[in-house]
Design a protein around this ligand. Structure first.
Ligand SMILES: [Zn+2]
Length: 506
């Protein structure tokens, strides 16, 4: 007997619609092409523009980041005045576990930031890097079984530094292989189970998007042949994902398929690598005794990234986190630190050192307002040294863009949204008041990540009860209620989204 699924929910994590469409047009993604032709496509808004790391928990709990408090794998702890890895349960309980708890049959494979499962059939943290824990499963025999058939988890840590062409080839091949492994795991599970919901995330478009976007992550300029190879690398990961998706759908024979992505991908616009220096200049002007760049940070900046990575990579995760935090905050005089940057990948995050909230806070409410004003204006004064184009699009206060919620205090106070141009183009940035800051790697992105996120996601519904065309626009918090409604399940009151489509698929 073979099993099947009522709904198959597939995350094409951080997919870029432009590349997807090109792959479809060139025949590299026939499965997605068919779903696009037969299905209804809708846009999904989110707070990902401000807090790109918040989207997964927002999606699976149907609540904004001010409820979950989750926005990055390392977050500021006002008690210890360091960056800490959040409790793995902080992102909240995913909605599919509710279905399983209420007697529904659910298989969930590798959904990012989902905590260790204790219900249904579920695998977490296996190929996705977006996990606060090592791989886990329910039942626990599932992980044992998968490890026996596929070997250990294929997760490979990222090294934030310019890459060799060989390293990028390896990354491409790993992601192609992971897509196939996930298809095999799915086929194996679906042979034995009939389920209401089969949910899976393909991580390759996300990982590949960051590292294979273009040549600006390379250590040395590519040859013409290497350039062509690199241009074909990301589409190859998309094609492998399409093929794996086809295998999942063949095995599941679903009544309905929902593909989705919570945000997109584009050229890397992040300038977080120079935000410390920018903030240093802005804060340093008024008071001579303020030294935001601590001794530890100066040492960190002086070490080659490769060496830093090698030292860090040899340590257990908890020590790695502590080291990352220590480089940033170790040795600071907190009574002379009004504000500091937080660990971030795209949007710049700034925390104010507020009295009463931070353990060693120094700013009164009035001083915090005054410093905020100075930071917002100061950061806005920086522009590209050659084109004169501003570096910052907007610096927002958290209370101006994120709705109130019990955990809004865990989010950064200020969020820096960068101009929508590739950061790799800078030679230097300059402010009439604060002078010139050299871009560390002109023509390249110092993180080695040539791609980074774009706000805006989508969902695509295809099945017996849907008509081709456009689906209603919504927010990522609407997806969970939508899926619950499609399965004929009640939408809990605490969910902040609403069902975008009617209930009960036929
Ligand atoms: Zn990402």
């Amino acid at each position: 007997m073979t099993g099947r699924a009522k709904i198959v929910l597939v995350a094409l994590d951080a997919a870029d619609m432009g590349i997807l469409q090109r792959c479809v047009d060139q025949g590299q993604a026939p499965v997605i092409g068919r779903l696009l032709a037969e299905g209804a496509l809708g846009n999904l808004d989110s707070l990902g523009r401000w807090l790109p790391g918040s989207v997964w928990p927002s999606f699976f709990t149907s609540s904004p980041p001010s409820d979950t408090g989750f926005h990055h794998y390392l977050q500021w702890s006002p008690q210890t005045m360091t960056m800490r890895r959040p409790d793995p349960r902080q992102p909240g309980e995913p909605f599919w576990r509710r279905i399983a708890d209420e007697g529904g049959r659910v298989i969930a494979i590798d959904m990012p930031f989902a905590s260790a499962p204790s219900t249904g059939i579920e695998l977490t943290g296996w190929a996705t890097l977006d996990s606060l824990e090592p791989p886990r499963s329910h039942p626990s025999s599932l992980l044992t079984d998968i490890t026996a058939r596929h070997g250990g988890s294929p997760r490979v840590a990222e090294m934030h530094a310019l890459q060799s062409m060989d390293a990028l080839r390896k990354l491409r091949d790993e992601q192609v292989e992971i897509a196939g492994m996930l298809a095999e795991i799915s086929e194996h599970l679906l042979q034995r189970e009939t389920v209401d919901l089969f949910a899976i995330t393909f991580p390759g478009l996300h990982r590949g998007g960051h590292w294979l976007w273009d040549e600006t992550g390379l250590l040395t300029p590519p040859t013409a042949a290497e350039q062509r190879e690199l241009e074909a690398a990301l589409p190859a990961v998309y094609a492998a994902t399409d093929q794996a998706l086809g295998r999942v759908l063949d095995a599941a024979q679903p009544d309905e398929v929902i593909l989705f992505s919570l945000h997109g991908m584009g050229p890397n616009t992040s300038r977080v690598e120079v935000l410390d220096a920018m903030l240093d200049r802005v804060l340093g002007e008024e008071s001579q005794n303020v030294s935001p760049l601590s001794t530890m940070q100066r040492i960190r900046h002086a070490l080659p990234p490769r060496l830093r990575h090698r030292v860090k990579d040899s340590l257990p995760t908890s020590l790695q986190d502590r080291l990352t935090g220590f480089w940033r905050t170790g040795g600071r005089d907190w009574q002379k630190t009004p504000a500091l940057t937080q660990v971030a990948d795209l949007t710049g995050y700034i925390r104010l050192n507020r009295k009463g909230r931070e353990n060693q806070g120094m700013l009164t409410a009035a001083q915090a307002d005054e410093i905020t004003q100075r930071i917002v204006e100061g950061l806005a004064s920086f522009a590209d040294a050659d084109t004169g184009e501003p570096v910052v699009r907007q610096t927002a206060r958290v209370e101006d863009v994120v709705p109130p919620g019990p955990n809004r205090d865990r989010l950064p106070d200020l969020m820096v949204d960068w101009n929508d141009t590739p950061a790799a183009r800078h030679r230097a940035i300059v402010s009439p008041r604060f002078g010139t800051i050299d871009w560390p790697t002109p023509g390249c992105h110092p993180s080695g990540r040539s791609g980074n996120h774009r706000a805006g996601g989508f969902y695509l519904v295809s099945g017996s009860g849907t008509t081709p065309g456009s689906a209603p626009s919504g927010n990522i918090v609407d997806l969970a209620p939508t899926i619950l409604a499609r399965l004929g399940a009640a939408v809990p009151d605490e969910m902040r989204g609403r069902a975008l489509l009617g209930g009960g698929i036929r």
